[in-house]
Write a protein that binds this ligand. Structure first.
Ligand code: GLN
Length: 226
């Protein structure tokens, strides 16, 4: 019942994975966060209602491609691989991948990850980066915090994950830290079905308005502490 092709009215279905604070996470029964507020603002400017569908991270692009969701809004990094299956809106923010280790870890830079056991969230760009590290064993988890848990339990040596959720997980867990040195910059954007150029245009127009009015920055500042 995706309705992204309708001009006005109807429901804008947003596929996400509510395991990625502060972009999307659960507060009681509700999914909240930066991406939900961006989705709501975009739906509103198109005269639509937003409906959030919480699913496994690696199902999001599939759901958009299959037309089961209108937009994928999940801190999604624009990658060449994903661009083969979906379109991306203009970017709405930049991000980096960081390394989380135990406070007493001998790993002090991403260069020390060679041959190590690295935890990632399945299907993320962190998963990709980890796969490129020489002789590393990559352990894939459905949720980022499960990777962090495995590390605190000593099952793996490090976690590669996006900086903002990393900050939240480090805050919530004793004895772990984020390395200063990060991977290169990425851009987050909204995934849209390939043949739906009309929705892509509308979303980009709505995003441009959110940027120029300052509302996008307000949403980011509400959730991201410097
Ligand atoms: N930015 C990363 C990616 O797109 C992680 C996103 C996420 O876990 N929600 O792969």
């Amino acid at each position: 019942e995706a309705a992204g092709t309708e001009a006005t009215g109807g429901t804008l279905v947003m596929a996400t994975n509510a395991e990625f604070p502060p972009y999307e996470y659960r507060e009681g029964d509700n999914v909240v966060g930066i991406d939900v507020e961006i989705g709501e603002a975009i739906a509103k400017s198109m005269g639509m209602e937003l409906k959030v569908e919480d699913m496994a991270f690696d199902s999001i692009i599939v759901a958009v491609d299959a037309g089961k969701a209108d937009v994928g809004l999940a801190g999604l990094t624009v990658t060449e691989d994903r661009l083969m299956n979906v379109n991306f809106s203009d970017p709405y923010t930049t991000a980096t991948q960081v390394v989380i280790v135990k406070d007493d870890s001998p790993i002090t830079s991403p260069n020390d990850l060679e041959g190590k056991k690295i935890g990632v969230q399945l299907g993320t760009t962190g998963d990709q980066y980890a796969g490129d590290i020489k002789d590393a064993t990559v352990e894939r988890y459905n949720k980022g915090f499960e990777a962090v848990q495995a590390m605190t339990q000593g099952k793996i040596d490090a976690v590669i994950i996006d900086r903002e959720p990393a900050k939240v997980f480090v805050e919530q867990n004793e004895g772990i830290k984020m390395l200063d040195e990060a991977y290169t910059e990425e851009e987050y954007a909204i995934a849209i079905k390939k043949d739906n150029e009309e929705l892509l245009k509308k979303v980009n127009t709505a995003l441009a308005e959110l940027k120029s009015s300052g509302e996008l920055q307000k949403i980011l500042d509400k959730y991201i502490k410097a």
